[in-house]
Design a protein around this ligand. Structure first.
Ligand code: HEC
Ligand code: HEC
Length: 503
């Protein structure tokens, strides 16, 4: 790695998630809020609705504060974090899209300036000018989404860029448009749901009913755009990516199905409490509906990140910053030579380089539970076979010696007691655990790379033979290095499955 590193105790993924989630919520709020304010202000002025104008003025204070303070702070925060967590990918994105970023920042500056003018112009500006400033605020905000959306979608579907390396091929990539419409829908929905929270605090009145109804209708339009464009988005993702996810990460695919329940809940709550019982809309209900909205959007962002695994830029760079084009060189020369910032502890440096962007030994995506009670030979075997482990990981591209060094680093930090002691079990139960730890990461019964057909219904002798030659079945499969007690338990367990036991 050509950069200094930073060890984060809570794990890279969590740190990124916390800052990024706050930032995307806030930034989408700001964009939808801009549109909401100008449209609602136009209507209110047309009807000389002073109550409504007061409401909007109040709302704009929040939107502007949120955009300027939180949006800007977390936006800068994201740059710090991605630069520290994945410098290689950050550098690559900056180099490829330098004019894109410059354009995005220009729009952001315009957005901030217009937002501040809009806020202070309520009392001092002529109505027409105020509205023009409002439109500038919204359009600049949306344009910055337009630009950044091109770069974010590029990371999942770089399209022709992989061959041409051309800016426009990367920017106008296969998921650019569906994602843009989807995010615009999210902006609209969140603004409506938030305005509903503010309106719900009014005492029951005709005015309240009118504003709540407007907000609910607004949110429902956003929701409808989001739901429909998600289907479009899903279809724009190459089938190879979704098919691999279905095999390797079924939970990610399930989450898509589950997300429709979220959408249904948001729709039902907005319709029932926002349209039908608008007059009595309650703060708590409005907050719960908003929370569903944020939850659903967070889910989408998570899905988008997960389905990209094991890549940070699909088909170009792995999540740990290793470029695909350097895979051959690395397999020959190893990782170590390419690490500029060394700590004189090679094993730790290797672990940082190969695993730490996605795992800590304890805590974030912990490796300890997967390795407790095992041995260095097994750990090294799974490192050479990371590409075969369920969950869609990058393949290990270092040398055999490097795998052994990482294994030693991990082994130092795990529980060295026997699996039977760690889990306090024996017999079939111990066998189940031996299977989970020593086989189940790569062969899931009834799921990913299921080997039931080859490993159920064998005789004792056949089981012993299979375990004796386990290391020869594939370069990516470790030898069986458990002791006799583990071996006997595993065989008893597999035999119990042959007789109809449950995995
Ligand atoms: C780009 C991200 C990434 C990198 C780099 C990575 N992994 Fe993983 N790993 C994952 C994901 C995602 C899973 C699935 C985790 C889950 O299902 O919770 C996983 C799962 C695992 C599992 C199974 C865990 C379990 O409890 O079932 C092991 C063991 C593992 N990784 C070891 C490693 C080792 C060792 C390295 C470094 C040589 C490494 N991984 C590098 C993303 C990564
Ligand atoms: C790190 C991943 C990994 C682990 C752990 C692992 N395997 Fe495998 N296994 C593979 C790979 C990769 C192959 C070869 C490609 C294939 O058939 O999927 C394979 C092949 C096999 C095969 C032969 C192929 C066949 O269809 O007959 C059997 C049997 C098998 N594994 C059983 C086991 C058992 C039993 C364990 C636990 C003792 C185990 N594996 C642990 C990755 C793993």
């Amino acid at each position: 790695m050509n950069y200094p590193f930073w060890d984060v105790d809570i794990g890279y993924g969590i740190l990124m998630a916390v800052i990024a989630v706050v930032h995307v919520f806030v930034s989408h709020f700001a964009i939808g809020g801009g549109l909401y304010l100008v449209v609602a202000e136009t209507l209110a002025r047309r009807n000389s609705d002073t109550l409504r104008l007061e409401f909007l003025q109040k709302l704009s204070k929040f939107f502007v504060l949120v955009t300027v303070v939180f949006g800007a702070l977390t936006g800068v925060g994201i740059w710090f974090v991605i630069g520290l967590l994945n410098p290689a990918a950050t550098e690559m994105l900056i180099h490829n899209f330098v004019w894109g970023w410059a354009t995005e920042w220009t729009f952001f500056v315009i957005e901030i300036a217009a937002a501040i003018l809009y806020l202070y112009g309520w009392r001092t500006m002529a109505a027409g000018h105020h509205l023009i400033i409002g439109w500038i605020y919204f359009i600049a905000a949306w344009m910055s989404l337009f630009v950044i959306n091109g770069i974010i979608t590029f990371m999942l579907t770089p399209g022709d860029w992989l061959q041409t390396g051309a800016f426009w091929d990367g920017f106008f990539n296969p998921t650019l448009w569906p994602s843009l419409v989807l995010r615009t829908g999210v902006c609209v929905m969140l603004a409506g749901l938030f305005a509903m929270v503010v309106a719900s605090r009014y005492d029951a009145s005709d005015f309240k009913a009118r504003v709540v109804r407007f907000n609910a209708a607004w949110a429902l339009v956003g929701l409808a755009i989001t739901v429909v464009s998600f289907l479009w988005y899903w279809r724009a993702i190459p089938v190879a990516i979704t098919a691999a996810a279905e095999e390797m990460m079924p939970s990610v695919i399930d989450s898509v199905t589950n997300s429709y329940w979220f959408a249904a809940a948001i729709g039902a709550m907005a319709a029932i409490f926002g349209l039908i019982f608008a007059r009595r809309q309650h703060l708590i209900i409005a907050i719960v509906t908003l929370a569903f909205g944020l939850g659903w959007f967070g889910y989408f962002e998570w899905f988008r990140e997960e389905i990209r695994k094991p890549f940070i830029v699909f088909g170009y760079m792995y999540g740990n910053g290793v470029e695909l084009s350097r895979a051959d060189v690395m397999a020959r020369e190893g990782y170590l030579g390419g690490i500029k910032f060394r700590t004189r502890n090679d094993s730790a440096d290797l672990f940082r380089r190969a695993c730490q962007s996605c795992h800590l030994i304890e805590g974030y995506r912990a490796l300890k539970p997967a390795y407790d009670g095992t041995d260095t030979a097994f750990i090294a075997g799974t490192i050479r076979g990371t590409g075969a482990i369920v969950g869609n990981m990058p393949p290990f591209l270092g040398t055999m010696e490097e795998a052994a060094m990482i294994a030693a680093h991990i082994y130092e930090r795990i529980d060295k007691r026997h699996l039977g002691e760690i889990y306090g079990v024996n017999g079939v139960e111990l066998g189940r655990i031996v299977y989970d730890i020593r086989c189940g990461k790569c062969h899931v019964f009834g799921g990913y790379n299921d080997k039931a057909e080859s490993i159920l219904g064998l005789s004792d002798q056949e089981y012993h033979d299979l375990l004796d030659m386990a290391g020869e079945l594939s370069e990516e499969m470790p030898a069986f290095t458990g002791d006799d007690r583990e071996r006997e338990a595993l065989i008893v367990y597999l035999k119990s499955l042959s007789e109809g036991g449950t995995p």
